[in-house]
Write a protein that binds this ligand. Structure first.
Ligand code: GLC
Ligand code: CA
Length: 566
């Protein structure tokens, strides 16, 4: 397996709007980020992924871009960006931008032209179709509700938008679109950015027949995700790689819903020359019933099966990204942990469980201090376009019980991740001197960076230690992975191995005290505790009782013969 810097890096994801407000207008910005570089350097991360910072009317918080070469006014100027990049580089921190090119904003100059007339030179930059018997061209639905087609009276045709109607899908089958995208990517790379996270990148190639899809019970439209992994997606990614990406020493990670390990290999295997890594979502729907908008019971065996399959199947060819959180997901400590009595223990345990696996860790802002979900009280508190659209559809139109709807959103809404970063216990958590664009979680007085900085036993210090530990141990970076005790609903345990070097990771996902017993076929000597979330006073690593949400990682060496992977 090839060793490279991005396999050894830890990425920190920043949602600029909610990270740090540099000028007191209530919205985070680039100067705010620059002011926190010392903190990020102290934490030990290597790469900062910035969610979109480009000019945008903000229908979907920057995921609707109206100029790919300009900075969003609320976030600052191009000079601010250049300064941020230079300061980051001076500290050895790299910067990853968010490339959103499945769609643009409807306010992008291309679309303004495109909708003017059927023979406009930019017409084919987007996907226009005639209606069928006075209806939409097919039954695809938008991810935010309603049809994925919008009728445009100017030319009496429909355009496709897999997200909001202000996010028209670009037509990648048009070579001119692909050339424009390549130019944009090259332009930023020449400026010195270190790579891209590519938004819904496996949605760029649509089936040219635009077939109707299956409609789930209770729904009006087919899920637009049926257009994922389309017929020419690999061709387009290879072209981008060959013409542009391959010329720079950068990293790329694709956001790819609807991808299994078998499908993933075609995107990330080394000889494919497409992407370095991707984000799959198989572990993100474990506790969520999308159809019924309800919570469903979480089973640890399912989580283990999914994560372990990814670990094994993208083993030696290809690379995993490791994440619990991002700007679209609820907070993990409230989700797979316990954000009450065992808040601190479970936050540390979850980090240990995931970030000692093989792959590149992605830490989402606030995760390192155990930020929790936010119990917004009314619909007026929400900002996410996804929640607001769903409210219209479910509560206003279909008459679903409002309290039940809000209960679901308290668990799963994307706004859980978007409340302001909690820096200290001063007003607005030290995020802004103005009125924040979204409410601050009231638990900021207890959960904040400043308090955890001074407490060496805090979640924050633990994350820092964990990051350092990864870097100091090759077995964590490049060792193989094997799940043990696959049937346990309480314990997640696995073994990493690199030649004679072994690492045992044992995590208790419950408030109970299960007994851990190492399977007998693993012969070892000299187990030594590397990291854990409780004090351990000796005892063998082969057999011990776990305390609530306890985790331990032991370094050891295999005896006699070298441990072989099954
Ligand atoms: C991705 C982004 C999400 C956005 C969507 C449309 O899933 O992560 O925030 O709404 O794409 O761009
Ligand atoms: Ca600001």
């Amino acid at each position: 397996m090839k060793k490279t810097w991005w396999k050894e890096s830890v990425v920190y994801q920043i949602y600029p709007r909610s990270f740090k407000d540099g000028n007191g207008d209530g919205s985070g910005d680039l100067r705010g980020i620059a002011a926190k570089l010392d903190y990020l350097q102290w934490l030990g991360v290597d790469v900062l992924w910035l969610c979109p910072i480009f000019q945008s009317p903000n229908d979907d918080n920057g995921y609707d871009i109206s100029d790919y070469r300009a900075i969003m006014a609320e976030f600052g100027t191009m000079a601010d960006f250049d300064e941020l990049l230079a300061q980051a580089h001076r500290r050895g921190l790299k910067i990853l931008l968010d490339l959103v090119v499945n769609h643009s904003s409807d306010e992008h100059a291309w679309f303004v032209e495109s909708r003017k007339s059927r023979d406009n030179p930019y017409r084919d930059f987007y996907i226009w179709k005639e209606g069928k018997n006075g209806q939409e061209p097919n039954n695809w639905g938008s991810a935010f509700g309603g049809s994925a087609w919008q009728y445009d009276p100017a030319t009496a045709m429909y355009y496709l938008h897999c997200f909001s109607k202000k996010q028209p899908d670009l037509n990648w089958d048009n070579p001119a679109v692909r050339r424009e995208v390549q130019d944009i990517v090259r332009w930023w790379l020449d400026k010195g950015v270190d790579g891209f996270r590519m938004d819904v990148i496996n949605l760029i190639s649509k089936d040219p027949r635009f077939p109707d899809g299956p409609v789930a019970p209770g729904k009006l439209y087919a899920d637009c995700s049926l257009a994922l992994n389309g017929p020419r997606v690999h061709e387009y990614l290879r072209e981008l790689h060959q013409n542009v990406l391959s010329k720079y020493d950068i990293m790329t990670v694709g956001e790819t819903g609807g991808v299994t390990p078998a499908i993933a290999r075609d995107y990330v295997a080394e000889n494919r020359a497409e992407l370095n890594m991707l984000f799959h979502f198989e572990h993100m729907d474990l506790d969520k019933d999308r159809e019924r908008l309800a919570q469903k019971p979480f089973r640890l065996t399912e989580l283990k099966r999914i994560l372990s399959t990814w670990q094994k199947d993208l083993g030696d060819d290809g690379w995993n990204s490791l994440y619990w959180n991002n700007h679209d997901q609820p907070r993990v400590v409230s989700r797979f942990g316990n954000d009450q009595e065992y808040w601190e223990k479970s936050a540390k345990m979850l980090a240990t469980c995931l970030y000692l696996q093989r792959g590149t860790p992605y830490i989402y802002q606030g995760e390192e201090i155990g930020m929790t979900n936010m119990a917004f009280e009314t619909i007026a508190d929400y900002r996410d376009i996804g929640v607001l659209h769903a409210y219209q559809e479910e509560v206003v139109q279909k008459g679903r019980d409002c309290q039940e709807f809000l209960r679901y959103q308290r668990h799963f809404s994307r706004d859980n991740a978007r409340t302001p970063m909690q820096w200290d216990d001063s007003a607005n958590a030290g995020f802004s001197g103005g009125t924040p664009w979204i409410k601050v979680n009231p638990n900021y007085r207890r959960i904040n960076v400043s308090a955890q900085m001074t407490d060496r036993e805090s979640i924050l210090h633990y994350y820092r230690r964990l990051i350092k530990t990864r870097k100091e141990n090759e077995v964590i970076l490049y060792g193989s992975y094997d799940l043990i005790l696959a049937d346990s609903e309480e314990i997640y345990a696995y073994i990493r191995a690199l030649d004679k070097q072994g690492l045992l990771v044992v995590c208790n996902f419950t408030a109970q005290t299960p007994l851990f017993e190492l399977p007998e076929h693993i012969r070892y000597s000299a187990g030594q505790l590397l990291i854990g979330n409780y004090t351990v006073t000796d005892g063998p690593m082969a057999r011990f009782s776990l305390r609530p949400y306890e985790c331990r990682a032991y370094l050891f060496s295999f005896t006699e013969e070298i441990y072989r992977l099954k």
